[in-house]
Every structure is written in C-alpha cells, then in structure tokens.
Design a protein around this ligand. Structure first.
Ligand code: TXA
Ligand code: MG
Length: 357
C-alpha cells in the first residue's frame, strides 16, 4: 500500500478534509495529529475498519480503542447512558486531553471496544483532528499511531517510521503539544477512577466531580499479578526502547553521580550508553561525554516546566533507539503535577527497573 503524506500547512484545507474523509468513509486508515500524540484513525462504527487498526499496529485484539468525537451531539449515539459526572467533565475539559469510559450503546461494535460493554470517548482539541471529525461526522477509533510496543508518536515522522506502507494516509501537522496520551477516567463505577494518568491530573478532576480514585495497578509499585489494570492496554510493557532503561531516583547530586558511575562502568565494558538528563543537569555530564566517546547525553526538558518533559519524552526514547545505545540511564520525575504521568510512562518503558540512590 502506498501511504500518502499530506503536509497540512502546504495544502488547501478543503483538499485534506475531503481526501481524508473519503479514506475514512471507505473504511481506510489515516494517521492524524491530536494534542496528545498522533492517532491512527478509522471509522469506529465499522468493525472491519477497526480490525485494520489492530493489524497495522500489531495490537492485541483485547486492547480496546478510544473513540474520538467533535461536538457533544456525537456522544449520544455511542453511549447507553450519560452520567452527570461525564457532562460536568466534558463541559470543563472537552475538547482536550481527557478520555472517559462510559457504558457503550449497541451501535458501537465489540471489535472497537475489545469485547467490553464500555467505550472510551475523547473529544480532541487539536484543530486538525477536530475539523476532520466535524467535517466527516464519523466517530473515529484512534489508538496511538505507533507499532505496538514502540513509543507513541509525537511527530508525523514517527508515524511514517512505524506504519509507512500499512496505512492509507498521514496528516502531518508537525510535532504535537502535550506529548503523552490522554488521562483516562472510568465513570462507570460509584467513584470516578483514573485508569491512565495524563495531562489532566487527579486534582483537576476532583475540583469538578469531588472524590476521584486511581487504579492501584498503575501506580507502579504493584507488580503483583492479581493487580490487573482496568484499562487493558496498561498491562502491556509499552514504549520500550531497544536499550535497557534504568531509572535512577534520589537527590539530584546523588543521581548525577550514580548515573555517571554506571555509564563509565558500561563504556569500559565496551558498551554504548545513553543518559536522559534535564536542562539543569546536562552540563554535569559534559565531561563524561567528552572523555568517553560512547556516551550520548540528551536533555528531556527543564524541571521548571514539566510540560517540556512530556513534550520530549517519547521522541527521546526513539532517538535513543536511533543512537543504538545498549544501556540508558534516566533521571526520575516524581514531583510536580505531571510527575505521576511522566513516571508512569518512564517506568513502563523501563519495565519497572528503578534504583534509589
Ligand atoms: O491521547 C490519547 O488517548 C491517544 C490519542 C490518539 O487520542 N490515544 C491513545 O490510544 O493513547 P491507545 O489505544 O494507545 O490507548 C488507549 C487506552 C488503552 O490502554 C486501552 O486499554 C484503554 O485506553 N481503553 C480503551 N477503551 C477502554 C475501555 N472501554 N475500558 C477501559 N480502558 C479502555
Ligand atoms: Mg498506545
């Protein structure tokens, strides 16, 4: 299959709207930008189209898809019930990086929900995603547009890298803003429960709907097999870079020292090593990088603005792959509003390998 790439700022809006809309109406696949990560979109109500998503990504079929809408009127076809909490959260956070799990209607095929009686719904704020859905009026099932097991795509180039030849079209609108996937909140129980942390934090949700729980299985400490995450996708080792990733936590100077020592050890054994630092600490590894040829140091962003860290996270993991490093040592990011979302992604990428110094 020949994958067509449209650069949004180089072609007329009417052209990409019409052509992408046609692909979707015909049951095809389009890589689309959203404010969180690029998504791989298909008609959510067409079981055969949804099946193509699983095939292109190599995704396990029990891992349900998020359905994207534009405008509240589109939700009524998709759910059998719309709780008050959902209306309040939609009012406050949609369009935006929040996904809500709700009881599904009969119209939504099990092929989209991975066999579940619930459906995850999100209204994206990215103008390209929003305009496309508004224009074609098709609810779009869209997981992240990466090959299963690779970091989520935050640039059209990442989508191309993973899915060229397997999908019909990519709409390239440049790098996305947020860089990590939406917060998922399950509204089917008594108390809303976060199934995946993201840019919309627990505190932000609580301000609107009161008490909010967090699925204990996603907090990272729990490797107990009985703690099955409620979002099926959260159980897979995701986002894994090719190099062996270890998170180093503790006070800053101790962390820098420990990472430097670990890196030197590995280079002396002949390995190529990557270090994930911050703007604040990158200069502290400079000497190491200069003296040991096989060390690559990248800054993930600044601790003064956590959004820079989410923005760069997946791109850095992919760049480490390109650098062919065998071992990656990363600083940790427990603090701050987005700390939980950042650590959730990094811990998964690391297969939960973490040390405290
Ligand atoms: O930001 C995002 O959410 C991006 C963009 C493209 O919108 N999409 C995304 O989709 O991250 P995906 O497929 O990579 O992750 C969807 C997650 C999975 O962990 C899946 O198990 C969970 O949502 N999920 C989907 N439907 C669910 C449901 N009915 N109940 C529980 N979890 C569900
Ligand atoms: Mg994904």
């Amino acid at each position: 299959m020949n994958t067509i790439v449209y650069k949004i700022d180089e072609i007329d809006e009417r052209v990409w709207l019409k052509d992408a809309g046609k692909v979707l109406a015909d049951g095809g696949l389009v890589g689309i930008p959203t404010e969180t990560v690029y998504g791989l979109a298909a008609n959510a109500l067409d079981e055969a189209a949804a099946a193509k998503i699983y095939a292109a990504k190599g995704r396990p079929s029990d891992n349900p898809l998020i359905v994207h809408i534009a405008g509240m009127e589109m939700i009524h076809d998709l759910v059998s019930e719309l709780p008050e909490t959902a209306k309040q959260l939609a009012e406050k956070f949609w369009p935006g990086p929040l996904t809500m799990v709700l009881p599904k209607s009969e119209k939504v095929p099990y092929g989209t929900t991975g066999g579940l009686d619930t459906v995850a719904i999100r209204m994206p704020s990215h103008p390209v995603a929003y305009k496309l859905i508004s224009d074609c009026r098709i609810p779009l099932a869209a997981p992240s547009a990466n090959t299963s097991g690779r970091p989520s795509p935050t640039k059209a180039e990442h989508v191309y890298e993973d899915l060229n030849g397997k999908i019909d079209m990519i709409l390239d609108a440049g790098p996305v803003g947020i860089g990590i996937e939406s917060t998922i909140v399950d509204l089917t129980g008594e108390v809303p429960m976060i199934l995946r942390p993201g840019y919309i934090t627990r505190d932000m949700l609580s301000e609107v709907v009161g008490e909010v729980e967090i699925d204990p299985a996603i907090l990272g400490e729990n490797k107990d097999k009985n703690f099955r995450p409620k979002a099926p996708g959260m159980k897979y080792k995701h986002y894994a870079p090719k190099g062996d990733l270890l998170l180093v936590s503790g006070e800053r100077d101790n962390v820098v020292q420990a990472i430097s020592r670990l890196a030197s050890e590995k280079t002396s054994e002949g390995f190529r090593v990557g270090i994930i630092a911050t703007e604040e600490t990158k200069p502290m590894y400079d000497r190491l990088e200069a003296s040991e040829g096989e060390v690559v140091v990248m800054s993930i962003g600044t601790r003064k603005d956590e959004a820079t860290i989410t923005h760069n996270l997946y791109d850095i993991l992919r760049r480490m792959d390109d650098e062919n490093v065998s071992f990656i040592y990363s600083e940790s990011f427990g603090e701050g509003m987005l700390g939980q979302a950042i650590m959730n992604r990094l811990l998964k990428a690391a297969g939960h390998q973490q040390i405290y110094v």
